[in-house]
Design a protein around this ligand. Sequence first.
Ligand SMILES: Cc1cc2nc3c(=O)[nH]c(=O)nc-3n(C[C@H](O)[C@H](O)[C@H](O)COP(=O)(O)OP(=O)(O)OC[C@H]3O[C@@H](n4cnc5c(N)ncnc54)[C@H](O)[C@@H]3O)c2cc1C
Length: 536
Amino acid sequence: MKRWNGWGDDSITYPLHDAPRRFLQDLVGPGTPPQDADLTAVLRSVPATRLPMHPRVSPEPLGRLLHARGHSLPDWIDLRSGKIEAFPDGVAYPEEDVEVQELLRYAAEVGASVIPYGGGTSVVGHINALALGAPILTIDLSRLNRMLRFDETSHLATFGAGVCGPDLEAHLRARGCTLGHYPQSFEYSTLGGWIVTRSSGQQSLGYGRIERLFAGGRLDSPAGTLVLPPFPASAAGPDLREVVLGSEGRLGILTQATVRVAPLPQREEFHGLFFRDFEHGQDALREIMQARLPLCMARLSTAVETQTNLALAGHERAIHALEGLLSLRGAREDKCMLLLGCAGREGMVAATVRQATAIARARGGVHVGQTFGKQWHKSRFRTPYLRNTLWELGYAIDTLETAVSWSAIPGLVGALEQALRGGLEAVGERVHVFTHLSHLYPYGSSIYTTYLFRTASSGDREADAAETLRRWRALKAAASRVIVAHGGTISHQHGIGTDHLAYLPDEKGPLGMAALADLCDRFDPQGIMNPGKLLL
Ligand SMILES: Cc1cc2nc3c(=O)[nH]c(=O)nc-3n(C[C@H](O)[C@H](O)[C@H](O)COP(=O)(O)OP(=O)(O)OC[C@H]3O[C@@H](n4cnc5c(N)ncnc54)[C@H](O)[C@@H]3O)c2cc1C
């Protein structure tokens, strides 16, 4: 069963052995297991619904709790402490586009605001019920999940936009194809969610971000229906797909989406390489990207991330032996790991891997075969389960991400890590920070930073939740300010939601923000769609 206050299926755990536990303790101090609220008590705090009866809207408390929060760290603090400021007043589960239209009319008539809900995996507050005054109707789209058309000749597939990652891939794989879109939240996130948050999958380097895969679809809004035909390309004025991409539920509900699919690869390989330090790794990676080799994935970890990943992997003896060998080749304490993936036809994969590793070797890279790459591929959807384990040990972990051009990367990575590392000095707490570059482009890269700190542990659940949230806020604000100051985007892939809203005007400027507000007014004149998210 899906966890109500943590990540994933409750039958799946991610145990941490003694050595990794000691590693964490040495970094930030011993954690104290928190006293989480129990489900029955939290259910008792769900208030009576303010929505008038509707046959498609359920006021049942469990459904309302399960749709109240997503997966940001503040969301987890709310759920684990049981202090949830607002709940949806009802949840509807439409199965057809016409039911979505009917629900939008109902919401407008009764003065409710509407939160479209895909898989609820948002990490920036997108789907949260906010106490803004109006009753809240959450529309869960998971039953709009059918494959509606498959055009084998054109490699186009149309789905109900609520289809989740595994179901979408199962339909396509049965037909010899793939979308190749694998965000780490793949198990639960949905096609519609990916599109309206401008998601980026782990193999975006080969298959493309969701923008490249989204060919067209249908948006049902309070003002009417927008149909986007799946042209291969068009010069007919501005592309209205761009209006839907990143719209975060503010314009309407994407009910159908047509995506561009690819044949299943004949071969897929993931290789590991080590460099003496991050600078050498970056130079090699930039050269590989600018050579425009048809890779599907690349990920370069800083020295601290490399060390952390090796420590958490737990295979002490094997890693010790590897470190001995790497040391002979010049990769010692500051060594950085690069993973490179390639998917496609047999001959192409072999040739691409040969060329990429040749560039890396010329920059001092040591190729260690496919063991690390295979391990990454095998565990890529399992890693989020570590969040549950860490929380239960008394550690909070969060990630943030941005993208900049190559020339700005060293300055931004350094400043970001420094701001986070020293961000809790005032309360005498240490923060463990590490970064990788992934989602690579010839012109730059995304920067993905993870930070870990202790949750507060006075024993008073409410006070501890407030203090842990205060710590998170201090770190998030410091990091966001650094991103803006260094010219990075406030989000490369997670979107805006509530958590990045304050920083969007820096990026879009006054005219850009006014244009976005006008767009919302055009599609949603009463302002009922997901208020308080993306822009105020
Ligand atoms: C463990 C974990 C790992 C993650 N890894 C990645 C990653 O690798 N790459 C990445 O890009 N993101 C990642 N994310 C973030 C998140 O999964 C993405 O933002 C994802 O696209 C959200 O999809 P969802 O279906 O869960 O949408 P939800 O969280 O349900 O909703 C997100 C937003 O989309 C709107 N929405 C959803 N469906 C529709 C629809 N059909 N029509 C209109 N509006 C809609 C909602 O109103 C909301 O504003 C991760 C999150 C977690 C928790």
